[in-house]
Design a binder for this molecule. Structure first.
Ligand code: HSE
Length: 431
């Protein structure tokens, strides 16, 4: 096995990073694999565009030039999106080629089909770069932590929203100003929906939770809420109460109650290891019954960090080939665990209300919470807004449905002008 030839689908930011890493580290990679890696053919969308990074490779806009080349044994898919990337990966596997991808959309929605196809055709299917960019997390979960029963996985897995929330926290700026700035800097896309509505994080959580809890979690199984309603006022209250606001992807194995998977903003205690993860950085915090707590931290996106994960997958595949160990790292969803319905999930909540500034109003609010089965940890009247008062309550652990009902009843009270915010508080109270 002297040279392993590779077909690369897509020559964008990550694709050029992959070529760069393979070229710069060629000598070390050969020492590690016993083979030289060669990107033989690159498939691009537009042949007329100048692609300076791919000199020395064949360039094509036909997938068949890679699929039908018997010399190419590994296909790297970096096109993104579902179609035609999914069909390309399936066809490559059916042709006996190993596949490495960074495509979270496909793994989060069609992981089962891809794994089955890989297994049927006796090829490797690797996707380390699909979550957390350069942070090693897929293989650590599948291999290094495999002795554990994982009970909790919590991550900051979207750099755009973490950058925005960090900026709002540091500068007191509002959501729309920070979004505009993030777009100008190229951190947020022109259409930021996938990031700010939590969809990108939900896809990544589906992948992580499937591996952590050994059961197939689809992207559509994840309850999602984005950061669009977070205000500077909430961030200030969070800080005064000892928290930071973060968009977290949370997966918990709640035993009999099922697997709880959700993405939403939370008040996180400043002392939590994830609380100090700022800017575009990502981190994934894991609780396992043997390791205890562990956290993986690093760059969640970008050309070279993501290429680091992609090229590692290629190196592992080459080593599997070398040691006749294809299929060694495979699907780990051997259980079928039920999902915990969102209504049954349990959290503490922060609730901010604008109410009439009159005697007895605080009592009415507390009684209404109580009548809905929501027990309060603390209630504070913080400031006056015109002739109204702003009240902030933190609840004990309550079921999601009870909190929703309470918010509905509260907003119907004549003394309540507005239920301004309802945000979960993580680790505000144990059990
Ligand atoms: N849009 C993602 C983020 C990076 O902001 O973290 C790609 O997954």
């Amino acid at each position: 096995m002297d040279t392993v030839k590779i077909g690369l689908l897509g020559a964008g930011t990550v694709g050029s990073g992959v070529i760069k890493v393979m070229r710069e580290n060629a000598e070390e990679i050969t020492k590690k694999t016993g083979a030289a890696l060669e990107i033989k053919t690159v498939m691009v969308h537009n042949l007329n565009r100048n692609h300076p990074d791919i000199t020395g490779c064949n360039v094509t806009d036909r997938f068949e030039d890679i699929l039908e080349d018997p010399e190419i044994s590994i296909v790297i898919e970096l096109i993104g999106g579902i179609h035609p990337a999914k069909e390309y990966m399936l066809r490559a596997m059916q042709a006996g080629k190993h596949v490495v991808t960074a495509n979270k959309d496909i793994v989060a929605e069609y992981g089962e089909e891809l794994f089955e196809t890989a297994q049927k055709n006796n090829v490797d299917f690797m996707f380390e770069a699909s979550v957390g960019g350069g942070i090693p997390i897929i293989l650590p979960l599948k291999e290094s932590l495999t002795a554990n029963r994982i009970t909790e996985i919590m991550g900051i897995v979207n750099g755009t929203t973490n950058y925005m929330l960090s900026k709002m926290t540091k500068e007191g700026s509002c959501y729309s100003d920070v979004l505009k700035e993030a777009q100008e800097k190229g951190y947020a896309e022109a259409d930021p929906t996938s990031d700010v509505e939590g969809l990108d994080a939900a896809r990544k959580l589906a992948i992580l939770a499937s591996i952590a809890f050994n059961t197939r979690i689809n992207f559509h199984d994840v309850a999602v809420e984005g950061i669009t309603n977070i205000t500077p006022e909430d961030i200030v209250y969070a800080s005064q109460l000892g928290y930071v606001v973060k968009l977290l992807a949370i997966g918990r194995d709640c035993g009999e109650a099922g697997i709880d998977v959700r993405v939403h903003p939370v008040f996180l205690p400043k002392s939590h290891p994830l609380a100090s993860v700022d800017g575009v950085y990502n981190a994934i915090f894991i609780r396992g019954n043997a390791i205890g707590e562990a956290m993986f931290y690093g760059r969640g996106a970008g050309s070279l960090p993501t290429a680091s994960a992609v090229v590692a997958d290629v190196i592992n595949t080459v080593n599997d080939l070398r040691h006749s160990a294809i299929g060694r790292v495979t699907c780990t969803c051997y259980d079928e665990k039920k999902l915990c319905p969102l209504d049954d999930t349990v959290s503490s909540y922060y609730v901010r209300l604008l109410v009439d500034d009159e005697p007895g109003v605080l009592g009415t609010i507390a009684t209404t919470f109580g009548n809905q089965g929501v027990s309060l940890l603390s209630v504070i009247q913080t400031r006056s807004v015109g002739n109204k008062a702003e009240i902030v309550a933190i609840t004990h652990h309550v079921r999601h449905s009870a909190m929703e009902d309470a918010a509905k009843v509260l907003s119907g009270l004549h003394v309540v002008s507005e239920v301004r915010s309802v945000i979960r508080v993580e680790n505000g109270e144990e059990g």
